[in-house]
Design a protein around this ligand. Structure first.
Ligand code: BES
Ligand code: MN
Ligand code: ZN
Length: 481
């Protein structure tokens, strides 16, 4: 398959071109006449930092990069500008767009290409006539030789990974059962090169994964537990990094049925953590990142039924811990707990969970970031946070004090699955921590995983949040060692 993002040395006429330049620098491009350059210069001062010139065969867009933003913030502004340009590109039915940049910071070009590519995502599978909806843009090309082929390929694989993650999230539960999710993960493994093992219901039963089985009790569909592994021969780490993703393919709340009018409408997205884990494995394998990573994905839907687990039930988890279940809607932690206990056998250097775990996380910080917490060393916590800044999947760190664990003590069992009205995101994290014996970081993506209204290049629906921060973190680690 031809890659979506490419590089060429000169733009022939079938390419429209966007010229990027830093505010204050001269606009110099062979594509514009002196008069056109003058016209652009006049328009681009002030608020307008994007100007379009309609030539005979093509469009030339000029994009100024405001000087007031630096570093990672500047790169984010570029992705967002690319999203705005994408609107123009598709309304003009442009198919091929080249990016021209004569500056020194190649991250500028990559960020702009990334913003364009992520903006071009669509989920059209269920339209009977998708053709008239399809975006025109078919190729993004980087002009010149400054960006290495390998970096272009890497970006392509990462964008593809985000696309596949979004597809999984946008798929309704009518298609994406736990079994189907496992199959999709296997397909992603085959397409990229990571290995996948799927435990089916019998195996899950014989392993006594009590949390996953309890949530699944009300379902007519069997649960799955998928184990992903990327272990290249040249891995630089001895102990693996483990990533655990919440794979609730539909969350009705179970017997503690979700109460308000629209609170169930998008709960097909409750497997966004699982999708992000699968997505990052896809990117790691495609790009052959020399790092050993294990992924664990417990999956089921959460439904009420005559047989559903009921508030008040006491459940024996995979590690033997007893849990008084007081709210069937706090199901994510029940299935993640078993995966976290299972993770112990890998003796991980670090385990990270990623989950649409609590409405409290969404209420705390909204759609602009990920709620994070953990007990890993300050150094590790900060490295992950830095990756969040790099890709703008930013972390807002909560306290993770031992005292919060007191809020999930039960009267009749070891712990209970809810902690009361306050600090809901943190008590959920503390519940998870109970099942760990290694450095642990938890990412709650409830606010950002699925956006009804959309947000720039993150798009409408599933955003794929998690893929880019994990990829950046792992790549950075692989380089450091
Ligand atoms: N999947 C939900 C959390 C969620 C809410 C994600 C909104 C995305 C958007 C989770 O399983 C849940 O229901 N959490 C409960 C926990 C409570 C019962 C302790 C919540 O946040 O209300
Ligand atoms: Mn729930
Ligand atoms: Zn849920």
């Amino acid at each position: 398959m031809k890659s979506f993002i490419n590089k060429i040395s000169r733009a022939t006429k079938e390419y429209s071109v966007v010229v990027l330049f830093h505010e204050g620098d001269k606009i110099k491009t062979p594509l514009l006449s002196a008069a056109e350059t003058e016209f652009v210069r006049g328009k681009i001062s002030g608020k307008d930092n994007q100007v379009a010139v309609n030539q005979m065969d093509r469009w030339v867009f000029v994009q100024s990069i405001p000087g007031k933003y630096k570093g990672t913030r500047m790169l984010e502004e570029l992705r967002k500008s690319a999203n705005i340009l994408h609107g123009q590109v598709v309304s003009q039915k442009i198919e091929k767009l080249a990016i021209e940049y004569s500056g020194k910071n190649m991250d500028v070009v990559l960020a702009f290409a990334e913003g364009l590519a992520l903006s071009n995502y669509q989920f059209l599978k269920y339209f009977t006539k998708p053709d008239d909806k399809v975006y025109s843009l078919k190729e993004i090309t980087l002009l010149g030789n400054s960006v290495a082929r390998q970096e272009v390929d890497e970006l392509n694989a990462l964008v593809e990974a985000v696309y596949r993650t979004r597809d999984l999230i946008n798929e309704p539960n009518s298609y994406l059962t736990a079994t189907q999710l496992a199959r999709e993960i296997q397909a992603m493994g085959q397409d990229s090169g990571f290995s996948v093992e799927v435990f089916e219901k019998n195996r899950i039963k014989s392993l006594k994964m009590g949390g996953l089985l309890a949530v699944n009790q009300g379902s007519v569909e069997p649960p799955t537990f998928s184990i992903l592994e990327w272990k290249p021969a040249n891995a630089v780490n001895k102990k693996p990094l483990v990533l655990v993703g919440k794979g609730i393919v539909y969350d009705s709340g179970g017997l503690s049925l979700k109460p308000t009018a629209d609170s169930m409408d998008y709960m097909k997205s409750d497997m966004s953590g699982a999708a992000a884990v699968a997505g990052v494995f896809y990117a790691l394998a495609k790009n052959k990142v020399p790092y050993h990573v294990v992924g664990l994905i417990p999956s089921t839907d959460n439904r009420p039924s005559g047989n559903a687990y009921a508030p008040g039930d006491v459940i024996a988890m995979y590690d033997g811990t007893t849990v008084e279940m007081l709210n069937a809607d706090a199901e994510g932690r029940m299935i993640l707990a078993d995966a976290l206990a299972y993770a112990k056998k890998y003796k991980p250097q670090l385990t990270m969970t990623i989950a649409t775990l609590t409405g409290a996380a969404a209420r705390a910080i909204g759609k602009f970031g990920i709620v994070s917490m953990g007990n890993a060393s300050r150094k590790v916590m900060d490295e992950v946070k830095q990756s969040g800044e790099n890709v703008y999947e930013r972390l807002a760190e909560m306290p993770f004090w031992d005292e919060y664990a007191e809020m999930i003590r039960s009267e009749i069992a070891d712990i209970q699955n809810i902690g009361g009205a306050d600090a809901g995101a943190i008590t959920a994290g503390k519940f998870l921590e109970h099942f760990t014996d290694y450095p642990f970081i938890h990412l709650d993506i409830a606010g950002v995983a699925f956006l009804k209204k959309g947000d720039s290049y993150r798009g409408k629906g599933g955003t794929g949040v998690g893929v880019r921060i994990f990829y950046d973190y792992i790549k950075t680690q692989a380089k450091q060692k």
